[in-house]
Each structure stands twice: as C-alpha cells, then as structure tokens.
Design a binder for this molecule. Structure first.
Ligand code: NAD
Length: 433
C-alpha cells in the first residue's frame, strides 16, 4: 500500500520504517529540512537501537524514502499518517496546532480517496476536529482513524513490530478494512487489533500512560516511606509486584519519570478532565510525587553537605531520561543538575548517547566527559541517574582511586550497597535500608 507518514520524529520515523519493512511503500515527510537531508544522506537523526540498519535496508530496497514535499507525497498516497508532536501548551493542554496543520495539508493535497491515521497522542474529540478541517479542503472521500502508538523509546522497533495490541478507532467497515490491510503482517503474531470508536481510542492512550505514571509515582512515594520506617523498597517491590494483578514492570523506584510522553500526557489528561468537570484528582498526586522525586537525589547530596556544595565536584552518570535513547525531554538529570549547580557544585557528566542533546539544554554550565571513568576523575561524589548498561558493574576499587571523595548516590538502585561500602564509599540509594 502507498503510505505517507507526516512527521519523522521518534514515532513517525520508527512507524514509517517498520511499515516499509512490512512491505508497504512508504514516504516520510518532515518540515525539518536538516532532518530530511540527514536521512537522505544515510544518517539517522535520533538514537534508537536497530533503527539505522532497518532504514538502510528499506531505503536500499526502494520501499522507504524521505522528503519535505508534503503535497506531492500526500497526493500520491492512499493513507496518510499524522505523527507530529503534541507538546504541552502553557496551560497543560496538548498543543494540537501541528496536527491541525497536517489535517489541512492532507485535505488540500489529496488527489483521490484518502484515509488519515492519527498516530500522535491527542485528546478526545481530535479526530472529529481533523474530520472538520479536512472536510473544508478535501473534494474526495476520506475518513479519519485514531491509532495511538504505544512504543517505548529504546525498544521502539520491537514494540511496533510485536505490539501487545493495536488500538484503532474508526467509524465504518470500509475504513476498518484499510487498517486491517496495513497491519495484516503483524497479526500473524496472534496479537489483536482492538477496534472501537475514535473517542475511546484517543482516551485509551492517555489511560495507558497515566496508569503507568501512577504506578511509578506509587512505588516512588513508597520508597520514601520505606526509608522512614526502615523497610527496603526492593523487597517491598518484589513482595507486592510478584502478585500477577500488579506486576513488576514499571514498578521500579528511581529519580522520577521523564521523557516526551508521561509528563505531557498526564498534564493533558488532567486538563481534559478538568475542562469537562470530571477531574482526575489522582493525577495531581502523581505529578506532585514526581516533581518531588526528581529533586530527591540532589537533596540527599545537599543534606550531607549542609546545603553548600561550593568547591565540590559532582560526577553525573547518565543524562537521557532513560537508557537506550538520546531523548533529554523532561529528563530528571536536568532537575538534579540544576539543584547541584544552584548549591555551588561543579558538575561533570557523561552519557553514552545523549551528550549532544544534553548540550542543547545545559550548554557550558557543566563539563562533559568522554567516558564514565573520566567523569568520575577527582569527583567528590558520584550520582547514577540513568541506568545505561555500561554503568551496571563499575570496578569500585578503581573508582576509589579515581575519585577524590567517597560518596555514591544510586538513583536507580543499581548497585549492591555492600559492594560499594566494601570499597570504602558511603552509599545512598532510593528507599533502601
Ligand atoms: P518528535 O518531536 O520527535 O517528532 C515530531 C516531528 O514532526 C518532527 O520531526 C517535526 O519536525 C515534525 N513536524 C511537526 N510539524 C510538522 C508539519 N506540519 N509537517 C511535517 N512535519 C512536521 O515527536 P515524537 O516523539 O515522534 O512524538 C510524536 C507523537 O507521538 C506525539 O503526539 C507523542 O505524544 C506521540 N508518541 C510518542 C512516543 C515516544 O516515545 N516519543 C510514543 C508514543 C506516542
């Protein structure tokens, strides 16, 4: 099938590439000229494991290409995905200007019947609005499908190719058949397409992200209680999470959730509920806990030094909001680093993939190291923020020689406290005894 994907970010690029790999003929459109130029010269503008090989194979075999020419591409397509960003507006609502601009573009550019598929995360009622906008410009028959994406950065290809389910909101059997044809290659895995109305599909995405954020804030708040009452959150996590009704996934204590989705989707759902007189009060607490959790590791360091870190050098391992991505959006590292700097610390950081993204946010306010070891050199304290694999098994003896001080702050409970202490360090984790 001839498919056009408008918006070539984390979601659009992965979706477009995977759809091409499934045998469709895909053209990805983006308004960002540099991004398209990078892709056309064989580069990949984001870090996502396995994506570079998949793009190379599908472009080589002629199923995948990239352009800034929206009208021409849409005009030749039967299906147009909308995969542009829906960032938080100042009031917490989802900014839909990008989605509506693309709806207009599709309406104006269609040269025959077309199906618009909204992949972006959008509030309830957006598909109706997209229909209205397209209707103003389109002389051909069209319909609008709500098909939210559930992939996780860092494991995006696997998630797209082997989804737990595909959620599809649409109005009639004809549109349903188009969607079934697109995803037919994925159905061999036995996972279902869940057909429903557009509004329910739109809300399913927010329900999913808000629930996962709630689960994270719940274990994070418990981790504080654990420290106060002398329990160990790792044991509590296993004790409760092995109940099959609860589950261990997304049930890790840490430095708070970040990224491009959970923070903005929690906000957008709260805004949506409040706007129709059906507030989601639980999410106010979820956000509040998350804000406090992002500060907690830095506050522990500050408490140890009576709030004054002048003259201290603090090493930060990991900057991206989670491992296996270079995405820095709403990363807890930014909050931690701000607090450390405000207390007078010199901060030196290292991340395997996010250094250049981090530089956009942090500029010259911190130093950047070329390796984990270089980062630790002469540091008074080391804080592990993002659990990249390469940080999992440090040689504590070697670190003790490299570092000036003896303080380890483990924001992900990655280390065995006894191993760390045996090398002469103090150890502080999240909710551990
Ligand atoms: P992104 O910011 O990485 O990418 C969006 C892309 O759209 C950019 O390349 C931008 O240049 C392009 N764009 C914007 N307006 C355009 C226009 N008018 N014409 C052409 N291109 C345009 O965003 P993302 O992370 O891929 O997220 C996209 C959507 O998917 C959001 O709604 C997000 O909530 C949702 N989502 C994201 C993830 C994730 O993990 N990133 C997962 C599931 C769902």
């Amino acid at each position: 099938m001839k498919i056009c994907v408008v918006g070539t970010g984390y979601v659009g690029l992965v979706a477009g590439t995977c759809l091409a790999d499934m045998g469709h003929s895909v053209i990805c459109v983006d308004k960002d000229v540099d991004k398209v130029a990078t892709l056309n010269s064989g580069g990949v503008p984001i870090y996502e494991p396995g994506l570079d090989q998949l793009i190379a194979r599908n472009t080589r075999e002629g199923r995948l290409s990239f352009t800034t020419d929206g009208p021409g591409t849409i005009g030749a397509a039967k299906v147009a995905y909308i995969a542009v960003g829906t960032p938080s507006a100042a009031d917490g609502s989802a900014d839909l200007s990008g989605v509506f601009a693309v709806a207009e573009l599709i309406g104006r550019s269609a040269t025959g019947p077309i199906t618009a598929i909204v992949k972006s995360t959008v509030p309830v009622g957006t598909a109706d609005r997209v229909r209205e906008i397209m209707g103003q410009y389109c002389d051909h028959s069209f319909d609008v499908v709500s098909n939210p994406e559930f992939l996780k950065e860092g494991a995006a290809i696997g998630d797209f190719m082997k989804p737990d389910r595909i959620v599809v909101g649409c109005r009639d059997d004809k549109t349903r058949a188009v969607v079934e044809e697109i995803y037919k290659p994925l159905l061999r895995t036995g996972k279902p397409i869940l057909f429903m109305d557009n509004r329910s599909a739109e809300l399913s995405k927010y329900a999913s992200n808000a629930f996962l954020a709630t689960k994270i804030s719940f274990i994070n708040e418990l981790s504080r209680l654990c420290e106060t009452v002398g329990a160990d959150v790792d044991a509590v996590r296993r004790g409760a999470g092995t109940d099959s009704r609860i589950g261990l996934r997304f049930f890790f204590p840490g430095v708070g959730y970040g990224g491009s989705c959970f923070p903005k989707d929690v906000k957008a759902l709260m805004h949506m509920g409040a706007g129709v007189g059906s507030p989601l009060t639980i999410l106010e607490a979820v956000e509040d806990v998350n804000h406090r959790q992002k500060r907690w590791m830095a506050e522990k360091i500050l408490a140890r030094h009576d709030g004054d870190l002048s003259g201290k050098r603090v090493a930060v391992w990991g900057l991206s909001f989670k491992p296996n991505t270079d995405d820095m959006r709403e990363a807890p590292s930014l909050v931690i680093i701000d607090l450390l700097l405000a207390a007078g610390a010199k901060v030196v950081a290292y991340d395997p993939e996010a250094m250049s993204e981090a530089h956009h946010d942090l500029g010259d306010r911190i130093e950047y190291a070329d390796s984990a070891k270089e980062c630790a050199q002469n540091a008074d304290a080391l804080v592990l923020v993002t659990e990249w694999n390469e940080f999992r098994n440090p040689n504590w003896g070697e670190l003790a020689k490299l570092m000036r001080g003896r303080e380890i702050y483990d924001g992900r409970n990655l280390y065995e406290p006894d191993d760390v202490r045996a090398a002469g360090f103090s150890y502080s984790g999240v909710g551990r005894k």
